[in-house]
Design a protein around this ligand. Structure first.
Ligand SMILES: [Zn+2]
Length: 275
C-alpha cells in the first residue's frame, strides 16, 4: 500500500520549482526567502550578497525557508540569488535592491566612554553574541508577527549613520525605544534564549533565537529575567529596561538575520505566509 502511494506520488506531475522572495528589498531589510515545489527532506544553501546561508530542509509541503539579510552597504541595483539544493537543482533569480537614505547623527561622549567601544572586552562581547547566533535553527519557532518588545516611543532608528566625537564612524545596528528604568521588556515572539551577558558597553544583554536564521538582542537592561537555553513565549518578560553600559535608560533592540543587523520594524508586520 505504501509503495503504491509512493508510485502515485512519483507519477504525479512535478510541481513547478520556484525561488520566492518577500519583504522590502531595501538596504538593511531582511528578505523572507523560500524554495517551493521540491521533494520533502531536500536540503540546500542560498548564495546571496557574498553570503552562504543555510536553508531549512524541505517540509511535507516541499517548502524550504531562510531569512536573508540585505547588508546596509550592499550597492543598490540588481543582485543574483542562487539556491543550490542537495539534488543538484540550482534555482536562480535576481533581486533589485533599493537605496535607503539613512539619517546621520553626531554624538558626543566622554573620551573614556568612547574608548570603551574599542576595548578588547567590548569586541569579545560582540563576538560572543555573533557566536551565539551562528548555529542555524531549521525550525521556525515563531508564529504571528512580532510584538514591539517595549511599549515606548522610538528614538534612534536602525541604520542611522553616527559620528562620535567628530571622528569615530559607526552606524546604529538596532532600534532604540525610550522605555523607563524598570519597564518590562517582552519577548517579541516565541524563541529560545541563546545568550545572556554583562557587556562593558552593551550592558546587561539578552539574545533570543527565533529560528530560520532570525535572532533578536536586547542591550542595557537593568535586570535579566531569563536563563541561557530557556524557551520563551511571545509576550513573556525577559528583562527590564535600564542604562547599563553607561547610558541613559532605554532599550536598544536588534534584529539579526544570520548574524547581520537588519531593520527590526520588518518583523512587526510579516508577510502573510511567514506569520
Ligand atoms: Zn541603540
Amino acid at each position: 500500500m505504501m509503495l503504491l502511494l509512493l508510485l502515485v506520488m512519483l507519477a504525479a506531475p512535478g510541481l513547478a520549482q520556484s525561488l520566492s522572495v518577500m519583504g522590502n528589498p531595501r538596504q538593511g531589510d531582511p528578505l523572507f526567502v523560500s524554495v517551493q515545489g521540491v521533494p520533502p527532506g531536500t536540503t540546500g544553501t542560498l548564495r546571496w550578497a557574498n553570503l552562504r546561508l543555510e536553508l531549512s530542509a524541505a517540509d511535507e509541503q516541499g517548502v524550504m525557508r531562510t531569512v536573508a539579510p540585505i547588508p546596509v552597504d550592499l550597492a543598490p541595483g540588481s543582485h543574483p540569488m542562487v539556491a543550490e539544493l542537495s539534488d543538484q537543482t540550482r534555482l536562480e533569480r535576481r533581486v533589485p535592491i533599493n537605496k535607503r537614505p539613512f539619517p546621520s547623527q553626531e554624538i558626543w561622549l566622554s573620551e573614556a566612554t568612547l574608548a570603551s567601544y574599542s576595548t578588547p572586552q567590548n569586541k569579545a562581547d560582540d563576538e560572543a553574541i555573533l557566536e551565539a547566533l551562528k548555529p542555524f535553527e531549521p525550525q521556525r519557532l515563531w508564529s504571528g508577527s512580532f510584538l514591539l518588545p517595549c511599549q515606548a516611543p522610538q528614538t534612534t532608528g536602525f541604520g542611522a549613520k553616527r559620528l562620535y566625537n567628530g571622528w569615530k564612524r559607526s552606524y546604529h545596528k538596532g532600534l532604540d525605544l525610550a522605555g523607563w528604568e524598570g519597564q518590562e521588556v517582552l519577548a517579541p515572539a516565541d524563541g529560545v534564549v541563546l545568550h545572556t551577558a554583562q557587556g562593558i558597553v552593551n550592558g546587561n544583554t539578552v539574545v533570543l533565537g527565533h529560528g530560520l536564521g532570525l535572532g533578536t538582542s536586547y542591550f542595557h537592561l537593568s535586570s535579566i529575567e531569563v536563563e541561557e537555553g530557556q524557551t520563551v513565549k511571545r509576550g513573556q518578560v525577559i528583562g527590564r529596561v535600564g542604562g547599563t553600559g553607561g547610558f541613559a535608560p532605554h532599550l536598544h533592540w536588534e534584529l539579526r538575520a544570520h548574524g547581520l543587523p537588519v531593520e527590526p520594524q520588518a518583523v512587526l508586520e510579516l508577510p502573510a505566509s511567514w506569520r
